[in-house]
Design a protein around this ligand. Structure first.
Ligand code: SF4
Length: 191
């Protein structure tokens, strides 16, 4: 799927000049948008874009969102303390809820200190197959978890509203996921 990386697009309009039939730029928004997936035309725009902001994303991504109530992202403690993880699949521009996993280590973890390596292991154990861990707060164990998952913070509280924020940041998420050097990996903030 072709997407505009909104964190890279500066709104210069060069892509519109090259490919007006498939791309648009509403000045109020400040970033380009793809109207139709006219591959030949958009590939020319990709080459012309000075920001490399037009991306082809083929990845299917699995997200875990920490929650206590199935409606809001856990906000009174870090994500590893969530009672549940809602598991979403991203594919071709859509997010779909696949399952809800209980966080069985939650009570056991309460006795451990923030940043305990065992807590990172406990969190990771319920997140098999997950690519991206979403929370409002990450604890000190982000130093370990970021090597296994893309760790992303969303300030928005409602999970349904967070879906649009995630979709708008797919390029940045894929970029972070594809980093090879663990020293380069870091938590990201989705806006
Ligand atoms: S050329 Fe690139 S940076 Fe400029 S508006 Fe188009 S996508 Fe954005």
């Amino acid at each position: 799927m072709l997407l505009i990386d909104q964190n890279r697009c500066v709104g210069c309009g060069i892509c519109i000049t090259v490919c007006p039939e498939a791309m648009t730029l509403e000045k109020g928004k400040g970033f380009a948008e793809i109207l139709t997936e006219n591959l030949d035309c958009i590939r020319k725009a990709m080459l012309a874009c000075p920001q490399k902001a037009i991306k082809e994303i083929k990845d299917r991504l699995i997200f875990a969102i920490g929650t206590d109530d199935h409606k809001t992202i856990k906000s009174n403690d870090h994500v590893g303390q969530s009672l549940y993880f809602q598991i979403f699949e991203y594919s071709e521009g859509k997010m779909a809820l696949k399952e809800t996993r209980e966080n069985p280590k939650f009570k056991e973890d309460e006795t451990k200190l923030h940043g305990d390596p065992g807590k990172a292991k406990a969190t990771a154990s319920v997140l098999s197959g997950v690519d991206v861990l979403i929370g409002k707060i990450m604890g000190p164990n982000i130093v370990r978890l970021k090597n296994q998952f893309v760790c992303a913070i969303i300030r928005e509280k409602e999970i349904t509203a967070a879906m649009d924020i995630i979709k708008a940041n797919i390029c940045a998420i894929v970029h972070e996921k594809n980093k090879q050097d663990s020293k380069e990996k870091s938590g990201i903030i989705l806006k």
